[in-house]
Design a protein around this ligand. Structure first.
Ligand code: ATP
Ligand code: MG
Length: 452
């Protein structure tokens, strides 16, 4: 967690925005994520200003100071000033009506005081205002919660989450990104209101989930928020507490999954694949005569469970199919030999990025198993090195690398259609297995034999 900070250094353009508004007779504060992050000793992030000025007046004040202004959300009282090159959002003090799209309140009411504006904000850590002269305004004790690493709803949690269910997903995302825990009443309110997420825009939910999945504290956040996640992926409930009864594992399926995610780099492809990789285990489970658990075919079941989730969340189809490819092959043993690496590459459509992600997933998976399995991390490292060598030596591992193509086969007399692809694929397989050399004559001879 960041160090304690006693005063906030506002960037020059933020001070200039506040000055411009106050010179015109209004009040202005810096609010939201910037203040929260600064109090945690973190810099950066967008700067939001809350002001008593109606947006038309704020616009005049900014223009008088020589700043360009964009009318980015005037319905909700928001304009954006460009100061130097930096955009700053200024929003009139307001309280919100209901949200039906989970993004914009259907209506807003402008109010006179910053205190009322802070009251409508989601969490205490986000309901702090800062002014370079007046200092911190922190009516909900957000500062103490930040120092303690706690996410707490402003006001009555149930009421706040039923006003806007997206806040539930924001809490999950903040928990994962900041490493904060969620206060008990707040969590109860989140769980109680979870069904309301059905009416929130998918894109909005997906964006929050993406931040959640890629957070630096994903293990703790997944363990804390699993009952909310189960709304989108019901199998989570079966994963929790599911004893694997095998010497390879020391955690239940959910906690294993949480550790795999934690032990992979924070990019969406590998993190989503990690989330789904063992989802099929509860359904695939059986015990042998010795009482040891097995999960044959679980990867296939995981795919079937992941598909509708990815579809429902409106991911681009190419992203979903990449995730599913990783899930499908995550448990395949890849011997650390060039031949085996090239075979896997062929299955991954020759995609180097997918192979690298597979290595990341395998590393994360090994680290989350029983200690005796962790030496498999070295195998994944070795696979990465072998791939480097294959690329360096420009060896063939995808159809693109093959010395013949579809037109060669058509010239041979093969009819256009799926057979062309099948023959080329067999040719590639033969090259990878070193049964045929990757040159035109040898390959054409090989294809002729296969085809007849
Ligand atoms: P980030 O670091 O992700 O930008 P943030 O807290 O700045 O975090 P924003 O979405 O930029 O998040 O919102 C700015 C501020 O507006 C928040 O700090 C919070 O005070 C308020 N806010 C945003 N969304 C909501 C919401 N759905 N309900 C209540 N308040 C909200
Ligand atoms: Mg922000």
């Amino acid at each position: 967690m960041g160090k304690k900070v006693t005063s906030i250094e506002l960037p020059r353009h933020a001070r200039a925005a506040i000055d411009a508004l106050e010179r015109s007779g209004f009040e202005a504060w810096c609010v939201g994520g910037f203040v929260r992050d600064a109090l945690m000793g973190r810099n950066g992030g967008d700067i939001d200003i809350a002001t008593s000025a109606p947006w038309q007046e704020a616009k005049l004040a900014f223009e008088a100071a020589g700043f360009r202004v964009h009318e980015t959300g005037t319905k909700h009282g928001t304009i954006t000033a460009i100061i130097g090159e930096e955009p700053i959002e200024a929003t009139t003090y307001r309280v919100d009506g209901p949200y039906t799209d989970g993004r914009h309140p259907d209506s807003v009411t402008f109010v006179q005081s910053i205190a009322a504006d802070l009251d409508r904000r989601d969490f205490t850590m986000n309901a702090i205002a800062y002014h370079p002269v007046r200092g911190l305004l922190d009516p909900h004790d957000g500062r103490a919660d930040i120092d303690a690493g706690i996410i707490r709803a402003v006001g009555n949690p149930e009421r706040r989450f039923s006003e806007d269910a997206l806040r539930i997903m924001r809490a999950c995302r903040f928990a994962s990104q900041l490493g904060f825990s969620i206060e008990d009443d707040t969590m109860r309110g989140m769980e109680y209101c979870t069904p309301l997420l059905a009416s929130v825009a998918k894109e909005r939910i997906t964006k929050e989930l993406q931040g959640f999945v890629c957070g630096s504290a994903i293990h703790d956040a997944l363990m804390a928020c699993n009952r909310i996640l189960a709304f989108f992926m019901p199998e989570i409930t079966a994963m929790q507490g599911f004893d694997q009864k095998t010497p390879y594992h020391q955690y239940d399926v959910l906690e294993h999954t949480a550790y795999v995610m934690q032990n992979t780099p924070p990019y969406p492809l590998v993190r989503w694949a990690a989330l789904f990789h063992d989802m099929g285990k509860p359904q695939a489970f059986f015990t042998d005569d010795e009482g040891v658990g097995h999960f044959y075919g679980h990867a296939k079941l995981s795919i079937e469970l992941a598909k509708p989730v990815l579809k429902e969340l409106a991911f681009p189809p190419s992203f979903s199919s990449d995730v599913l490819l990783l899930v499908r092959y995550h448990d395949d043993v890849i011997e650390p030999t060039p031949k085996a690496v090239k075979r896997m590459l062929r299955r991954l459509d020759g995609r180097i990025d997918l192979f690298r992600a597979m290595c990341d997933l395998k590393r994360g998976d090994s680290l989350a198993q029983a200690p005796k399995c962790r030496k498999r991390v070295a195998v994944a490292d070795e696979l990465d090195r072998i791939l480097d060598q294959i690329i360096e030596a420009q060896e063939a591992f995808s159809l693109r690398d093959l010395a013949i193509g579809g037109t060669d086969l058509i010239e041979l007399g093969v009819a256009q259609g799926p057979e062309i692809g099948q023959l080329l694929d067999r040719a590639l397989e033969a090259v990878i297995d070193e049964r045929v050399e990757n040159d035109r004559d040898h390959l054409l001879a090989f294809v002729r034999k296969q085809w007849r």
